[in-house]
Design a protein around this ligand. Structure first.
Ligand SMILES: [Zn+2]
Length: 307
């Protein structure tokens, strides 16, 4: 199962009522758009979050894969909408309590990818129609949706006499959220296991900075974080460095980075005193492999806090 975010605005009402999303193949000048072409990636069973004017208002499941088809209707008589485009049929579940992205920005922004993020750093939705939504961001959104919507459902159900619970839109939301979350977490767990197993031997099972080899403190630390990876990069054993917990956190937070040659760069914010306490100094050069280069350079460019 993959997840996506559809940015709908004024088309939401009609698309929700008829249960579909649709995008033209190209704009009026004949140019394709990444956010329209992404429709082709949608498969039956995929999960879609619906974003309308600042809020996530619904969650749906694709009941078909992407098909090339005419838009079911064209109420605004839009010229581009008269030609066949990318169509996906959906089973839409509207939320009782919409999720305002601005108010949840603190939780969401660390999970936004550098590329093809549905939201800007200030929480505003980006231009475009369909965006990918990686597993960690999707799990966070599912948790926020459940927190806001399920408590209300349970309270209402408690108030109903046993046997009178009617099959409503809300009754179907709970299993949908729970199943999606569980499936995404399983997918992450399997990928993490593969990544760890492949990368540990490349670093002789020890922290490449300090040599600590106690397994419990060793962390297979990605250079390019999961949220920014392609499917292949997530399990590429060269996308990471084996570090002890202390050095791993410095690397993840961008307080240290390594250049293409493996030479360490230490953020100004770290005092000389802390260098000593962490056992680091500017002469450190890690034994990076050629295949690590693109990843550690990406990390230095985007995550090192001293630009
Ligand atoms: Zn270490």
């Amino acid at each position: 199962m993959k997840c996506f975010m559809v940015m709908q605005g004024h088309t939401y009402q009609e698309e929700q009522e008829k249960g579909f999303i649709w995008a033209a193949k190209q704009d009026s000048s004949g140019m394709p758009s990444h956010s329209w072409e992404r429709m082709m990636e949608v498969e039956k069973g995929d999960l879609i979050f619906h974003y309308v004017k600042g809020d996530i208002v619904a969650v749906s499941v694709a009941t078909t894969g992407c098909e090339v088809a005419y838009r079911p209707s064209n109420p605004q008589n839009h010229a581009l909408w008269n030609d066949p485009g990318y169509f996906v049929a959906l089973d839409v579940h509207e939320l009782d309590v919409p999720i305002n992205i601005q108010t949840k920005l603190e939780e969401i922004s660390p999970l936004l990818p550098n590329k093809y993020s549905p939201f800007q750093a200030n929480g505003h939705g980006n231009q475009g129609y369909l965006y990918p939504c990686h597993e960690e961001l999707s799990i966070k959104l599912l948790e926020i949706i459940a927190d806001s919507n399920i408590t209300k459902i349970e309270d209402e159900q408690l108030a109903l006499a046993i046997g009178t619970v009617v099959e409503t839109e809300r009754n179907t939301l709970i299993p949908l959220l729970a199943e999606a979350e569980s499936e995404l977490k399983t997918k992450i767990r399997l990928e993490e296991r593969t990544f760890h197993a492949r990368m540990m031997p490349l670093w002789a099972h020890q922290c490449t900075i300090c040599g600590i080899d106690l397994p419990i403190v060793l962390q297979a630390t990605r250079a390019k974080p999961r949220k920014d990876c392609t499917k292949e990069e997530r399990i590429d054993p060269y996308n990471g460095i084996l570090l002890c917990a202390n050095h791993a956190i410095l690397y993840k937070k961008g307080y240290i980075a390594f250049d293409g040659q493996g030479k360490i760069h230490i953020a100004e914010e770290m005092s000389e005193e802390n260098h000593k306490k962490f056992g680091i100094h500017r002469q450190i050069k890690i034994a990076r492999m050629e295949q690590n280069k693109p990843y550690i350079k990406w990390h230095k460019r985007y995550l090192f806090i001293d630009k």
